[in-house]
Design a protein around this ligand. Sequence first.
Ligand code: 4AD
Length: 471
Amino acid sequence: GRTWTDLRELSAEMKDKSVLIRGRVQTIRPMSKKIVFLVVRQNMSTVQCVLVVSKDIISTQMVRFAASLSKESIVDVEGVISVPDPKDPIKSATQQVEIHVRKLYCVNRNMYNLPINIEDASRSETEFKEAEKSGKQLVRVGQDTSLNNRVIDLRTAANQGIFGVKSEFVNEFRRRLRLKKFVEIFTPKVIAGSSEGGAEVFKLDYKGQPACLAQSPQLHKQMTVCGGFSRVFEVGPVFRAENSYTHRHLCEFVGLDVEMEIMEHYYEVCDLVAELFVAIFNHVNENCSEELEAINRQYPFEPLKYLLPDGNVLRLTYDQGIEMLKEAGVKIEPMGDLNTEAEKKLGKLVSDKYNTDFYILTRYPLNTRPFYTMPCHDNPDYSNSFDVFLRGEEIISGAQRIHDLEILTERAEKCGIDVKTISTYIDSFRHPAPLHGGFGAGLERVVMLFCGLNNIRKCSLFPRDPQRLTP
Ligand code: 4AD
């Protein structure tokens, strides 16, 4: 077969070499009857391809054919790599190489009007502001239009970058945990009752039995630890029948879950979170520079600060956090959960004081946590639990779990859980359960905040939210 070159491989060192590429036509600029410029795109990369009429190689029909191509058509281009003249400052600044076309084939022609234009969907706020100043009119593609036409919208460089980062993130999460001998598990997504308490469940009929989509792998990951697996993790879909339409809630997202035996203290789980996430952030920064650049070009963001000067991850207690908020004049309900606004405010205060965007808040009031959370032994109003924040928003929640059957049953009842629906879970603590703890992170939430994006829908291929079930 023929050898195909990936657009990512193109470089000035390949000057005068012949290449064969396949990509989509992004723009078509006929200059005259004799010259046409095509920009061809493949994933995150583009290259300019030039057709110039010349004896024996490119006919005027060929130039006409190129000019008549439609945007997003898939083409094969054969040509020679040329490097722009360094004396041409504009060209040499914007492109490393171009292809002087010798052959051009259309593999699949786009026959339909495009609902959105890739270039319009790729613009940054800076471009819009500049256009406004110079009185130019640019088409703004709204989020719903983008999502309604997601198959086209996904072709923008920023979107290619976002899903590249997401993939690398999961890959490294798996790899690091496997190195530590965690076993990857796959728990059922159709279960008999709510796993987190609360009303946010999608109910369904399971051959006549009431059932629901799992709100988390919480119960089964704990049951697996009771089943003799000391360290487990799962990457899988999580379903929440969210009622609120916000920038950070989806009805289906990818959960990154860990559950493990602990020896003495739930800080062992915090230690793992800190080590694991710092390693993943480092890894993504080192291995996804192209992806991050593509995201940054459309959605500029500040690089994430995730370490204290001593190389550690900041940990504060809930009470310390509340104290900081109170000192800043924020009114907080005593022993209550932090709302989004208070979280953001605390994130800002922490960032100003400690110069980090990543921290762990420990020892939450028990009444703000799910029924399975272990109360603190020195004060049962508090719990052995934590949340993790990135740029002022929650990305992870975790805790030590109650391993005593009676206390667990009592807590479930107190929290209004119908214990009958989770009886097999409760029974798994009979013979008996090890001391254990774990955490759950939302992958789209993490990627959104890591990349400084403003909406979680950008990090879900085909997002499911309270108003969206398609595409
Ligand atoms: O805080 P949550 O509900 O905790 C649990 O599910 C526990 N079982 C975790 C544990 O092991 N203790 O969800 C965990 C994370 C949140 O921190 C957030 O990042 C994400 O999942 N998350 C959502 N992401 C997108 N859309 C939603 N509706 C989300 N709800 C939670």
